[in-house]
Design a binder for this molecule. Structure first.
Ligand code: C5P
Length: 219
């Protein structure tokens, strides 16, 4: 069983995918975390994110692995727990430049397919339905208005005690969507055979229930 969940930034893909993975006993792979780890590694090595040659040389030195803990999924870069660091502003504001590079994408897609080959899996990202798993059993393109996505992120940050500016969040989300959907290599795009789901008016549970119903129907 292979399930592809794609969509723009902060559309709830990872929250929804994790819940469905738990309910249906699937492995969950957060492909965005992989691009974030590469970005962090480049920043740690003081490599300019647009310097493709240096990023290319770095790729072979980057080991990424995931572990499941009581607090959710942990992400490691060469054995170091980088779960929180990869969600910081510095990585978020540079990740689209790294993810636009052809060689970076080829390497990540290869790693993602290797993982998918041995598991029943739900993967979230931008190009899962179009490139990584073109034969997935179910493809969902999860959207919500930019305002709703910024609003959700703003509330999440508030709960974590992180001060953020709503307007700035909204601009960052729109900018990242623009970069991800206009890049040359595997842009953010709904696969022809994906089902679009607009989560703007829905609760998390309503989105999960809808997708689980589609999974059961596709079996
Ligand atoms: O999903 P998340 O917001 O963590 O993804 C971070 C970034 O990684 C995206 O903005 C995009 O540039 C890139 N990405 C991608 N392809 C994927 C997953 C993420 O290009 N499959």
């Amino acid at each position: 069983m292979q399930i592809a969940i794609d969509g723009p930034a902060s559309s709830g893909k990872s929250t929804i995918s994790k819940k469905i993975a738990n309910m249906r006993g699937l492995l969950y792979l957060d492909t965005g975390a992989m691009y974030r780890v590469v970005t962090l590694a480049a920043l740690q090595h003081k490599i300019d994110p647009s310097d493709e040659e240096s990023v290319k040389q770095l790729l072979s030195q980057i080991k990424i692995h995931f572990e499941t803990s009581d607090n959710g999924q942990l992400v490691f870069l060469n054995g170091e727990n980088v779960t929180d660091t990869i969600r910081g502003n510095q990585v978020t504001n540079n990740v689209s430049a790294i993810a636009a590079q052809k060689l970076v994408r080829e390497e990540m897609v290869k790693r993602q397919r290797d993982i998918a080959a041995n598991h029943s899996i739900i993967m979230d990202g931008r190009d899962i339905g179009t490139v990584v798993l073109p034969d997935a059993d179910l493809k969902v393109f999860l959207i919500a208005t930019a305002e709703e996505r910024a609003n959700r992120r703003f509330k999440e940050n508030q709960l974590r005690g992180i001060e953020t500016d709503y307007r700035q969040l909204l601009e960052e989300i729109k900018h990242r969507d623009y970069l991800d959907s206009t890049r040359k290599e595997s842009p953010l795009k709904k696969a022809d055979d994906a089902i679009e789901l607009d989560s703007t008016p829905l609760t998390i549970d309503q989105v999960v229930d809808t997708i689980v119903k589609w999974i059961d129907e596709s079996n």
